[in-house]
Design a protein around this ligand. Structure first.
Ligand SMILES: [Fe+2]
Length: 221
């Protein structure tokens, strides 16, 4: 699925912080491990999860990756982000997302969008602070989470009678490479534009966790 030749600018020796990566991977695995079995949910509950996920992803993923690009100063890291955005745009991933939700009869309503309003707002305001390393770690977490979430999302849609699986098929595969790219971008940016020692590198990850937990919370329906 990848694309441009911009990655040629990337230095050969980019050391990714394996401890940080392991922490993020563990956080993702814990969240994925807490997901319910789609068969144990009602149709309304399954539809709600798909609709809230779609409400967040369709309109925000490219925006949040763009916010991260704007914050990032390392040229080689910017190339990685641009490559990601190139693919998102060329292959019309928001359209893929919408098709997936519509086919599962889960196109988001105002209620679905408002269910995640507070958490999405916090994430938007956080990214507006344009702290590159925090934003890059958030997007690395996001890509890693999405890739592992796809089997669950596809199962929800299948239980709702859908066979439209392009979105989940594509993101279960391409986000493996995207996640690795985001970690390289993080390392490149840290080398020239580290955050202050008083700052919490997980600030955006924590906010994104709140968005994703809200998506998966079924009591609100
Ligand atoms: Fe995508």
């Amino acid at each position: 699925m990848t694309t441009q030749t911009t990655l040629l600018h990337e230095p050969e020796t980019t050391t990714v912080d394996s401890t940080l990566q392991q922490t993020i991977t563990q956080m993702i695995d814990d969240m994925i491990g807490r997901l319910p079995d789609p068969k144990d949910l009602s149709s309304v509950e399954r539809r709600g999860i798909i609709a809230r996920y779609s409400s967040v992803l369709e309109g925000n993923f490219i925006y949040w990756m763009t916010a991260t690009l704007i914050a990032t100063k390392a040229e080689a890291a910017r190339s990685i982000l641009l490559d990601n955005l190139y693919e998102e745009t060329r292959d019309a991933h928001p359209h893929m997302m919408r098709k997936f939700a519509m086919a599962a009869n889960a196109f988001p309503t105002d209620k679905d969008a408002l269910a995640v309003h507070e958490e999405v707002t916090q994430m938007r305001l956080f990214l507006g602070k344009l702290v590159a390393v925090q934003s890059l770690l958030s997007m690395a977490f996001f890509e890693g989470y999405i890739q592992k979430y796809m089997a669950f999302l596809a199962a929800l849609a299948a239980e709702e009678g859908s066979t439209e699986m392009e979105y989940t098929d594509v993101h279960g595969v391409c986000d493996i490479e995207h996640t690795a790219g985001l970690y390289r971008a993080l390392a490149l940016e840290q080398a020239i534009n580290p955050i202050g020692s008083e700052m919490d590198i997980f600030e955006g990850v924590t906010m994104l966790c709140a968005v994703l937990e809200r998506i998966n919370t079924i009591e609100q329906n």
